[in-house]
Design a protein around this ligand. Structure first.
Ligand SMILES: Nc1ncnc2c1ncn2[C@@H]1O[C@H](COP(=O)(O)OP(=O)(O)O)[C@@H](O)[C@H]1O
Ligand SMILES: [Mg+2]
Length: 297
């Protein structure tokens, strides 16, 4: 298992080094190191609560890490002030779990908003750009609808059109297929693939849905216990998934996750943890972290 880039890999556009994030003294991320290369789609996977969204939020500068560094497009975002951070943020787009559209605005207005906020373009030009963005996600004919009038999949598409508004170099997705039926989910995956090919955009996708992960990933990273267990090309993960049970514990753990098996090292670890807590009379509820920082979205 190696996370060394292939010999002709381009320079990383995102460089995460030894990232540590603690909530209430508990390290959710405990030394994460990874690179994202130009034009690739990196899928970050892991069990729920393992810190995927936290990692993404730190990459986009919503959270500051306790230790480590994040370099995006050549800038260490942990050292930037708000103004510097906003300049970098203009160069990437974000699609959150909810789509995060403004319900009081039409799709056209939702997509126009970041362009109006960040450019001095005249309304006619903005209107053309908005049409192009909506066309990219297949929603041009729905420009005058409100979010409440469209389906969940269309809301994701509209959120994506807005994320594309400022021609980002990097797109961040947090669980893009969450809450969608399998067909709509596959359509969103196809859209992610198309955008990556058509626009050459670099994509970082957080998901725990394996079908989706295997469809869209060039490389995959598996998070566990605050660290990356493996970062490798998709083919290596496919091989792990389809191979017989390996002797190596980490490989067995990844395999169970990828296959969604009910039995394996993840289950064994979970059961032994609960048992240990029971013996120590330390209920999980008492140790559950209370949110101390509010996410911006
Ligand atoms: N703002 C916060 N304050 C305190 N704890 C948090 C905060 N955000 C996330 N956590 C905790 O960090 C852990 C990882 O959360 P998250 O990154 O959302 O996981 P994932 O996206 O992998 O499901 C969870 O235990 C969660 O409760
Ligand atoms: Mg999450």
């Amino acid at each position: 298992m190696s996370d060394a880039p292939a010999p002709h890999q381009p320079e990383p556009v995102i460089r995460v080094r030894d990232l540590v994030k603690r909530f209430d003294g508990r390290a959710v991320l405990d030394g994460v190191t990874l690179d994202v290369f130009a034009g690739e789609t990196l899928v970050i996977m892991g069990g729920s609560g393992c810190g995927k969204s936290t990692l993404l939020r730190m990459m986009i500068g919503s959270f500051q890490p306790d230790e480590g560094s994040i370099e995006i497009l050549g800038q260490d975002t942990t050292k930037l002030d708000e103004e510097g951070l906003n300049a970098v943020r203009k160069r990437f787009g974000i699609l959150f779990q909810s789509g995060a559209l403004f319900n009081s605005m039409t799709l056209r207005e939702n997509v126009a908003l970041p362009i109006e906020e960040h450019t001095g373009l005249d309304p006619h030009t903005i209107d053309i750009i908005v049409k192009i963005k909506l066309e990219l996600v297949g929603l041009r004919e729905h420009a005058d609808k409100y979010p409440a009038q469209i389906s969940g999949g269309m809301k994701k598409r509209a959120g994506l059109a807005r994320a594309l508004a400022l021609d980002p170099q990097i797109l961040f997705y947090d669980e893009p297929s969450a809450g969608l039926d399998p067909v709509t989910s596959a359509e969103i995956d196809q859209l992610i693939i198309n955008l990556s090919r058509q626009l050459g955009v670099t994509s970082v996708v957080v998901t725990h849905e394996m079908d989706s992960a295997f469809r869209i990933a060039d490389r995959m990273a598996m998070l566990d216990k605050g660290r990356t267990l493996l970062i490798a090309p998709r083919s290596e993960f496919e091989h792990l998934r389809d191979a017989p049970t390996p002797d190596d514990l980490n490989a067995a753990l990844i395999r169970q996750f990828l296959r969604g098996d009910a039995e394996g090292p993840i289950t064994a670890r979970r059961q032994s943890t609960v048992y240990a807590e029971d013996l120590l009379e330390e209920p999980a509820a008492r140790r559950a972290p209370t949110p101390s920082v509010r996410a911006t979205r």
